[in-house]
Design a protein around this ligand. Structure first.
Ligand SMILES: Cc1cc2nc3c(=O)[nH]c(=O)nc-3n(C[C@H](O)[C@H](O)[C@H](O)COP(=O)(O)OP(=O)(O)OC[C@H]3O[C@@H](n4cnc5c(N)ncnc54)[C@H](O)[C@@H]3O)c2cc1C
Length: 303
């Protein structure tokens, strides 16, 4: 049998990583009563060094997060639950959120700052390298492997465009299509002109030392030396617990929001990766701040 937390929070934030924390800070400073609920599984959990965040370039993301959480927890109107939300329901100004321990929390507004899940390929060794020497974003992790040998996982026109972008960081690229190529002759010609070898054989394994890749083994016995892997992976938002709220999704499966981070459901806001195809710490922080502003305007009767 569950229990009910009798406090009615002005806002409940589901997801207390970079975007949720950014919103919580702005809401706390607007003197709102905020509950942050976080299952502590951010997408960059295995990343040793984050980049492209002013004043934090090269810092471990968990340390940036810990500092941010300490900033937020200094405010007396913020409370925190290290739990997973398993159910969310209600309508504007009367939402009820239940955590895995059966406790129900009530709030006037909801912010979904859930992040996304990356669907890692079932290739032995890949998961161990993800975040350490395998990543999706060259803006975040390309500089450290500039001019070094890089394996690019991709196929089709998108794979070729990915190679075009990655050439900004290294010309020592090998495109691994993990099966027959699905791009046209013009794309093949382009890859040849760039001197980028294409390997069509299925990928058998990623060989690494503690997550640092040294070569990729193909099923045909060939071996591709690499110091990094770049792979754009499918992502998804885990929204089953809030299905009843009825928030619309974009064609990419992200939460649909307007420029103020309002979803299609009154009183429900979304920020960070779950509501933006542009994944970065700075974007997650910016959209969290925007959502907080929208929530405050709504609560004071102007939104
Ligand atoms: C491998 C990798 C490397 C990256 N490197 C960089 C980099 O160097 N620089 C950069 O700018 N960006 C980088 N990024 C992107 C950056 O990490 C994300 O854009 C950022 O973490 C998004 O923040 P977020 O708060 O939206 O989501 P996340 O950080 O993913 O956090 C979401 C949080 O919500 C919680 N949550 C989800 N569902 C529930 C629920 N039902 N109940 C309770 N809690 C829930 C999760 O447990 C998690 O703590 C990287 C991403 C990856 C995958």
């Amino acid at each position: 049998m569950g229990t009910t937390n009798d406090n009615v929070h002005d806002a409940i934030i589901i997801g207390g990583s970079f975007s949720g924390l950014s919103a919580a800070l702005a809401l706390a400073r607007a003197r709102m009563r905020v509950l942050v609920i976080d299952a502590s599984e951010p997408c960059n959990a295995r990343v040793p060094h984050a980049h492209n965040l002013l004043t934090h370039d090269g810092e471990p993301p968990h340390l940036i997060h810990a500092k941010a959480r300490a900033d937020v927890e200094r405010y007396p109107t913020v409370s925190w639950s290290d739990r997973r939300v398993v159910h969310a329901t209600g309508t504007d100004v009367a939402f009820v959120v239940r955590t895995g321990d059966g406790v129900e929390h009530r709030g006037s507004k909801l912010l979904l700052a859930l992040g996304v899940r990356d669907a890692l390929p079932a290739i032995p060794g890949f998961a161990e390298c993800w975040g350490i020497s395998a990543a999706a974003c060259p803006f975040c992790h390309g500089y450290e492997v500039r001019d070094r040998p890089i394996a690019v996982f991709g196929n089709g026109p998108e794979g070729v465009e990915y190679v075009r972008l990655l050439r900004q960081w290294s010309h020592d690229l090998t495109l691994l299509t993990n099966g027959p190529t699905t791009f046209d002759q013009a794309a093949s010609d382009l890859l040849r002109a760039w001197a980028v070898p294409v390997e069509e054989a299925p990928i058998a394994a990623v060989h690494h030392d503690d997550g640092q890749v040294h070569h990729v083994q193909l099923a045909n016995g060939r071996s591709v030396p690499a110091e990094a892997i770049f792979a754009k992976l499918p992502t998804s938002v885990t929204l089953g617990f809030a299905a009843g709220l009825g928030c619309a999704l974009t064609d990419q499966g992200l939460l649909q929001v307007d420029p103020m981070q309002r979803t299609t459901v009154p009183g429900v806001f979304a920020s960070g990766d779950c509501a933006s195809p542009m994944r970065s710490l700075s974007m997650a922080i910016a959209t969290g701040g925007m959502a907080a502003s929208a929530i405050v305007h709504a609560l004071v009767g102007k939104g």
